[in-house]
Design a protein around this ligand. Structure first.
Ligand SMILES: Nc1nc2c(c(=O)[nH]1)N[C@@H](CN(C=O)c1ccc(C(=O)N[C@@H](CCC(=O)O)C(=O)O)cc1)CN2
Length: 292
C-alpha cells in the first residue's frame, strides 16, 4: 500500500518572505521618519543556546534594516540593575522594541522584569497589558511564536473555523497565547499539559495539533489523527546514537509525516517564524510611534 507523506509548512521560506517585505517597508518610510526602527535585546549570562538565538535576532535585524541595541550582562547581574536598564530603554527614542531573552538565571524574576517593559515597546508580546489585549481580542503586540504559527497556517490557507485544535503545553511564552489565538480564529480549543491524563485520546481528536511541551518526540504517529495539521513548536537539542548533537521537535517527525496532512519541520518551521514576528512587532511599534 502506498503511504502518503504530509505537505511541509515551510516556516523558513515564509520568514524570508516576511523579512523581505519588512525591509521594503523600512526602506520606504525611513527617509521620512529620519531614523531606522530599533530593537533592544537584553541577555543575562552565558547560556549557549540563548547566545545563538540572540545572535540570530541581531543578524535578522541587520538584514531588514532594524538597528539593534544588544545588551549582554554577566550572570550575577541583579534585578534592580536590569530594571534600571529597561527604564532607560523605555525612554530611548531610538528604541521601538525591547525584549529580555529567556530563560534568565534562577536568581532573577523574569515575570517581574517583563512588567517593567513599556507595553508599546514589548516586542515579545509578553507584558500583561498585551496578554490582556489578546484575551480581549484588542489590537496589541502579540507573542511571537504563537503569532508565527497563526501566520504560517494563514499562508497555507488552513481552515480553522469549527476545527478541533489541541495545544500541548501551557506556558506564557507559547501555550496560553496560542490557545487564545486559535480560539479567536473560531477553533474549538483544548489545552493539554504535563498533568493531563490520557494525552493520546485527546491528541487523536485534534484536527490541528500544536506541540509546545519542550519534550523531545513527545508526540508519536499513533497519537495523531490521520489528515491532521501538525505544528511543532519544540526545539530540543539531543544526542543521537552515533553521539552527534542535533535538533528535534516535540513531534516524532518521520512517522508522523506519514499520518498528517500538513506538518512543520524542526529546524525550518516555527523557529524562523518566531524571529520574523519579532521583527514585525518592532516595525509595527515604529510605524505606530511615527504615524503622524
Ligand atoms: N524572549 C524570548 N525568549 C525566548 C523565546 C522568545 O520568543 N522570546 N523563544 C525561545 C528561543 N528563540 C527565541 O528567542 C528561538 C529559538 C529558535 C529559533 C530558530 O529559528 N530555530 C531554528 C534552528 C536554530 C538552530 O539550528 O539552533 C529553527 O527552528 O529552524 C528562533 C528563536 C526561547 N527563549
Amino acid at each position: 500500500m502506498e503511504t502518503k507523506t504530509a505537505k511541509i509548512l515551510d516556516g523558513k521560506a515564509l520568514a524570508a518572505k516576511i523579512q523581505k517585505e519588512l525591509a521594503a517597508t523600512i526602506a520606504e518610510v525611513q527617509p521620512k521618519i529620519g531614523r531606522p526602527p530599533g530593537l533592544a535585546v537584553l541577555m543575562v549570562g552565558d547560556n549557549p543556546a540563548s547566545a545563538a538565538y540572540v545572535s540570530n535576532k541581531e543578524k535578522a535585524c541587520a538584514k531588514v534594516g532594524i538597528a539593534s541595541f544588544g545588551k549582554h550582562f554577566p550572570t550575577h547581574t541583579n534585578q534592580t540593575e536590569l530594571e534600571e536598564v529597561i527604564a532607560e530603554l523605555n525612554q530611548d527614542q531610538r528604541v521601538d522594541g525591547i525584549l529580555v531573552q529567556l530563560p534568565l538565571p534562577n536568581h532573577l524574576d523574569a515575570i517581574s522584569l517583563l512588567h517593567k517593559i513599556a507595553p508599546d515597546k514589548d516586542a515579545d508580546g509578553l507584558h500583561p497589558v498585551n496578554l490582556g489585549r489578546l484575551v480581549r481580542t484588542e489590537a496589541g503586540l502579540r507573542s511571537c511564536t504563537p503569532a508565527g504559527v497563526m501566520r504560517l497556517l494563514e499562508e497555507y490557507k488552513i481552515p480553522l473555523v469549527g476545527k478541533k485544535a489541541v495545544v500541548v503545553g501551557r506556558s506564557i511564552l507559547v501555550g496560553k497565547p496560542m490557545a487564545l489565538m486559535l480560539l479567536d480564529a473560531d477553533a474549538t480549543v483544548t489545552i493539554a499539559h504535563s498533568r493531563t491524563q490520557n494525552l493520546k485520546t485527546i491528541t487523536q481528536n485534534a484536527d490541528i495539533l500544536v506541540a509546545a511541551a519542550g519534550i523531545p518526540r513527545l508526540i508519536t504517529a499513533d497519537m495523531v489523527k490521520p489528515g491532521a495539521v501538525v505544528v511543532d513548536v519544540g526545539i530540543n537539542r539531543v544526542t543521537d546514537s552515533s553521539g552527534k548533537s542535533r535538533l528535534v521537535g516535540d513531534i516524532d517527525f518521520a512517522p508522523t509525516a506519514n499520518v498528517a496532512e500538513y506538518i512543520t519541520p524542526v529546524p525550518g518551521g516555527i523557529g524562523p517564524m518566531t524571529v520574523a514576528m519579532l521583527l514585525q512587532n518592532t516595525v509595527s511599534s515604529y510605524l505606530r510611534t511615527n504615524s503622524n
